[in-house]
Design a protein around this ligand. Structure first.
Ligand SMILES: Cc1cc2nc3c(=O)[nH]c(=O)nc-3n(C[C@H](O)[C@H](O)[C@H](O)COP(=O)(O)OP(=O)(O)OC[C@H]3O[C@@H](n4cnc5c(N)ncnc54)[C@H](O)[C@@H]3O)c2cc1C
Length: 351
């Protein structure tokens, strides 16, 4: 059974932010892309994230770092053509205790190492409260990091999907079960029995990518880790507010000004089986950042992180099927890196 498709040059598995940017980049190279998506565009991590274009990156030597720095730049370059908006803001890392204040200087040294060229400095309580009237009045001091961008992930995905549809096509409800190389062709099989033929394929299936990569003998293990975020009505900060981590409980997450409210999170759990935090627990964790209690829970968002071992992004062309690139471990800052990931994935096929 099958419905071989001959007019696509390249098949992209997964209509997440990475797959969709890859489709657009392929179209720029003169190729006709077809995106196959099991559910709907953005159904995976790409609409379940905090939308932050991160500047503070993983340590030197990681591919995640290089691609996120490049990706954050590309978002600004591509925004006009695709029609999404990057909201420009700052990150304020607050110290509300003496211990946290003492940790600011080492934190600043670490930031300068992890975010080369980024403007970051220590500021006193008065300046922090002037820049951010919604910050907790108990703030003693903090670090100001300039140049942070935030995108609204659902808006971004709808714009990217519209472009990808116009430049090739997206088929939804297509769960890809196998990718095979035959001579100079790639055959992509879906669970409903349909088959698609093209010259190349890219596996950008997020949490579903490992299963397809294993068929080509690739053995990068990927763990799925859940993260919860909540969107509240006012108070709405102007800046991204984060705490200086002192314990594992304060690690990760921030209060983020979102176009439709204030986003709290992500709150990290270790495995999908762990109990969900109670409503408001995510906000409670970040209460020390904000002057007033958050009001009016608008929405709770659940996302899955795809954490690879070794921990990095992995773009692999299998020896037995060299017309395919598998993308594995695309966890945070995967949204930030997506346009750069797209370019790198295609360069693995076309140099
Ligand atoms: C809670 C949370 C907060 C985050 N915050 C940030 C942030 O602020 N900044 C940042 O840079 N990054 C952040 N990230 C990371 C970022 O969201 C991801 O790295 C990014 O969205 C990954 O995109 P993707 O396209 O690789 O995967 P996905 O968006 O998961 O897309 C994969 C797609 O493939 C489809 N699919 C799966 N299997 C198949 C199959 N067999 N056949 C067909 N289709 C299939 C899925 O339905 C899905 O639509 C966060 C992640 C989480 C979970």
């Amino acid at each position: 059974m099958g419905s071989p498709l001959t007019d696509a040059d390249i098949i992209i598995v997964g209509a997440g932010v990475v797959g969709l940017f890859t489709a657009l980049e392929a179209a720029h190279k003169g190729l006709t892309p077809l995106v196959l998506e099991e559910r709907s565009p953005g159904a995976g991590a790409s609409t379940r994230n905090a939308g932050v274009l991160h500047l503070i990156q993983p340590p030197p030597g990681k591919l995640r770092r290089r691609l996120a720095l490049e990706g954050a730049r590309l978002y600004r370059v591509l925004a006009g053509g695709i029609g999404y908006q990057v909201y420009e803001t700052r990150l304020l890392i607050l110290a509300t205790t003496r211990l946290e204040s003492l940790l600011l200087r080492p934190a600043l040294i670490a930031i300068r190492r992890l975010a080369p060229g980024v403007k970051a400095r220590i500021a006193g309580r008065r300046e922090i409260l002037r820049l951010e009237p919604e910050a907790n009045p108990k703030v003693r001091s903090g670090i100001i990091v300039e140049g942070y961008g935030v995108v609204e992930p659902r808006h971004l995905i709808s714009r990217l999907a519209r472009e990808a549809e116009a430049r090739g096509g997206i088929e939804t409800g297509k769960k890809v079960t196998g990718i095979k190389c035959r001579g100079d062709k790639v055959i992509v099989e879906a669970s409903d029995g349909s088959e698609y033929t093209a010259r190349y394929a890219i596996n950008a299936a997020g949490a579903g990518a490992e299963v397809l990569a294993r068929q080509h003998g690739i053995r990068v293990r990927v763990e799925l880790k859940p993260g919860t975020m909540e969107i509240y009505q006012d108070p709405k900060p102007r800046n991204i507010l984060a705490r200086i981590p002192t314990t594992s409980k304060t690690k990760g997450g921030a209060v983020i000004p979102w176009p439709q409210g204030t986003l709290y999170g992500p709150d990290l759990r270790e495995s999908p089986g762990d109990p969900q935090p109670s409503p408001g627990a995510v906000a409670a964790k970040y209460r020390r950042l904000i002057r007033r209690d958050p009001r009016g829970l608008l929405e709770r968002i659940e996302g899955l992180r795809t954490v690879a071992k070794p921990r990095d992004f992995h773009l692999i062309v299998p020896e037995r099927c060299p017309r395919v690139v598998h993308l594995l471990g695309i966890e945070s800052p995967g949204l930030t890196a997506a346009p750069a990931l797209a370019r790198l994935a295609l360069s693995k096929l076309f140099g």
